[in-house]
Design a protein around this ligand. Sequence first.
Ligand SMILES: [Zn+2]
Length: 426
Amino acid sequence: MYKLLAALFVSRLTGKLQSCADMLSTREKKPPHETQLYVSVEESKLPIVYGPEYNIGFLGLEKLHPFDAGKWGRVYQFLKDDNLLQDDTTARPQEATEQDLLVVHKKSYLESLKWSMTVAAITEVPPVAMLPNFIVQNKVLKPFRYQTGGTILAAKLAMERGWGINIGGGFHHSSSDRGGGFCAYADITLAITFLFERNPKVTKAMIIDLDAHQGNGHERDFMNDDRVYIMDVYNRGIYPHDGFAKRAIKRRVELEHHTKDDVYLNLVATNMEDALKEFQPDIIVYNAGTDILEGDPLGCLSITPKGIIQRDEIVFEKAKKWKIPVLMVTSGGYQKTTARIIADSIINLKNKGLISIEAAKNCQPSRRRIVSSKSNSQSYETLFSRLSRFLSGSSTPEESKEYCSVKEKTTLTTPDASDCPDRGPQ
Ligand SMILES: [Zn+2]
């Protein structure tokens, strides 16, 4: 009897241990959630992702921020005008859902975005705090969610085609539990996490962050994660001065105000080459901010348009040399001229044979030029500009400039050494 009871006990214990093991293995093997962001794209389409939903009408409030909120639409139009792509050869993104965002973001952070005041702080446009949240969700956050979906789709396409470009995204100040610096969603972290979850060929990623600002969002997200190597080249004297996030940077290049082309391009080329000698990733995520451009009131660097085009060429050349797929996102860039420069740079990549559009051209059903009507964002801008002036206390352009100057401790004109903010804490 005693032996029988002992055997029964052992059998039950073994059974329980087995079921625990089964539960654990089931948890480990749990398939990723169903999503509309990570989907197949027809061969006839280029791995260039864009949707008209990217552009922020901002109810006219964009005039209170030096950010060019229609940049993405203009880049797209320039590329169409140059026949690099057409509407039917462009990959279209879907809007990231809450479930998609929860892959990286904390629920509490997403809940906080239901307060317009939080979004006002992230976008650095105080009058947004006075708007009902449903307007903020639809007119401010929705474009960001589409761009986030675009980065995830472009990442998938980059792995399939060797390269992918999202004409948007690059929200490198947002991490799982916070936003800031005009970045509400951590699209770079999300794209890499989606690849880790869904593409067995991706076990290591490299982020090359060449926006003028430190990419503290993805740095916080990938702190202590050996699968991700971060190289960050940024102006040390401007936002965000995130000393904690800097610990995640494997290759840090800090620039002084008004760094010029020759110094900058040499630093980018040599450091990227050395980074790739140290770490061979399965994908390079290139954050190609254009706020390094001379005259940018926030970036405070002195890189010419030609220098930006050369920089992008260097990154794509290195990726090609090392045979590593590259995903490019456009990130910051605050001047009206930057859209033309981004388009010229993508055209240059095509002319130099660093990206190929031949497959899409061959598959293309028609080369007819589609004349687009006035975009929704322009209409919204016109419709709501009066409202925004009312809400913001009839701000004049001069008042807007004053706000931006105070916020960034600099001016909207081409800065010289005396215009730029003092070096902050490191
Ligand atoms: Zn920036």
